[in-house]
Design a protein around this ligand. Structure first.
Ligand code: HEC
Ligand code: HEC
Ligand code: HEC
Length: 338
């Protein structure tokens, strides 16, 4: 018994069906792909073959038109995928569809079909599924609008119960969380969450908080979609506030969060901690001294720290924008003209 048994069956020797079943026993599932072609005339097109299989196995849940609006489909939670919705389908790669059909989706009514459908049949069905979502008369969305809409759906399903339907972190759950979820509508708070940080927060979560990672659940493209949507929730800057003023506001927050213990409210370093340090913290109120140090030097000191002093490197905590902002705040708030 060799592999050729399967190949023979592929070319529709119905008479060899008996031998074929024996072949399955001996060779195992690797030959399953050959069975259906025995039963089906090969004159059918890929599309027709896919349709037959789809209607036989999938339509009861996903609906003949792919809309999943069937008596069975309506009972299921989660409901079957709606193949006719281009937005739901937008991020469903062929690879993911293939794996879902083959392995099923554990914990849902979507069973594994690998024992029933051969490889070639799975291919035919995937082709057919795609034909159900082929854009009809509707004007196709631009890729940006599509991404935003995919992001909105993910957000409402996965994020809104903590971050609020409009991102204001005002949900019932948000009120009991410590730390609270980020308020996405606040432009000052959001100015600190750059794209890299946001991606990481969604992918990996924020350890020690209720914010769990979604890297297993969302594909990279979906994370980008939901990021795009989150950005769309940020309110515009308050009337009259310039980008430079925003920088100073954000710098103020950073300073109060990370620097004030040593450098002090007044910026002169005379704090209970600062006065014991050797060398002491730089006195930001000495405008002559501050004028002699350029922004580049300040940036280096903040990012990399000052070896042998209490000034630690902040590069792992603050990104370049944060550093620029805190420098802006320091220069603007403390330097006294003398
Ligand atoms: C008993 C009902 C049922 C049948 C029959 C069924 N499905 Fe599903 N299918 C579901 C449900 C429910 C989901 C949603 C699973 C989820 O949310 O993760 C789903 C999801 C899917 C998905 C999307 C998977 C993903 O990764 O998001 C694909 C593709 C799919 N089904 C294809 C098929 C094909 C092809 C068949 C027929 C061979 C089929 N289904 C038969 C219930 C069914
Ligand atoms: C169970 C509640 C909960 C859910 C669900 C949740 N978050 Fe969060 N999220 C939080 C909390 C709490 C924080 C604040 C964490 C902190 O202070 O570091 C947060 C913070 C964030 C931040 C800011 C991270 C930073 O670096 O400051 C982003 C971005 C974010 N969430 C996005 C999302 C997205 C997108 C989703 C949905 C895919 C989501 N969250 C779902 C609770 C949640
Ligand atoms: C634990 C105490 C401590 C904290 C916290 C601290 N600093 Fe410092 N900082 C110092 C000390 C001490 C020096 C003086 C180092 C020296 O003399 O070389 C200094 C120096 C500086 C300088 C001047 C560097 C130069 O070239 O003279 C800047 C700018 C500065 N800190 C910014 C910050 C910022 C911004 C933060 C918060 C993100 C911060 N520091 C947090 C102790 C601290």
């Amino acid at each position: 018994m060799t592999h050729e048994v399967g190949v023979e069956n592929m070319s529709n020797h119905a008479s060899s069906a008996g031998r074929f079943w024996l072949g399955i026993l001996v060779l195992g599932v690797s030959l399953v792909w050959a069975t259906p072609l025995v039963a089906q005339p090969s004159s059918l097109s890929v599309h027709e073959r896919g349709k037959v299989l789809y209607e036989r196995h999938c339509a009861v849940c996903h609906g003949p038109d792919g809309r999943a609006d069937t008596p069975v489909g309506r009972l299921l939670k989660p409901g079957p995928r709606n193949f006719a919705d281009p937005i739901e389908m937008a991020r469903l790669t062929v690879d993911r569809i293939y794996r879902s059909i083959k392995e099923g989706k554990p914990g849902t009514a979507m069973a594994a079909w690998k024992e029933v459908l051969a490889e070639t049949e799975i291919g035919d069905v995937i082709d057919y599924i795609h034909s159900l979502s082929a854009p009809g008369k509707k004007a196709p969305l631009s890729s940006e609008r599509l991404s935003l809409e995919v992001g909105r759906r993910i957000f409402q399903k996965e994020c809104a119960y903590c971050h609020g339907v409009d991102g204001r972190a005002d949900s019932e759950i948000a009120k009991i969380l410590n730390p609270p979820p980020r308020d996405f509508s606040d432009p000052v708070a959001m100015a600190r969450v750059d794209d890299g940080r946001m991606y990481l927060a969604i992918y990996r979560g924020r350890p020690g908080t209720a914010m769990g990672g979604r890297g297993e659940l969302l594909a990279p493209a979906e994370i980008i979609d939901v990021m795009r949507y989150v950005r769309s929730l940020v309110r515009p800057l308050p009337a009259g506030m310039t980008a430079a003023q925003l920088d100073v506001r954000v710098g103020d927050q950073i300073y109060h969060q990370h620097c004030i213990a040593c450098h002090g409210d007044a910026g002169d370093g005379r704090t209970s901690l600062g006065q014991h340090l050797v060398p002491p913290p730089r006195d930001f109120t000495k405008s002559g001294e501050m004028a002699s140090i350029n922004d580049n030097e300040l940036t280096q000191a903040i990012m990399h720290g000052r070896a042998g002093t209490a000034m630690a490197p902040w590069g792992g905590v603050l990104n370049k924008d944060d550093v620029r902002r805190v420098i802006r705040f320091i220069r603007q708030s403390f330097s006294r003209a003398r």
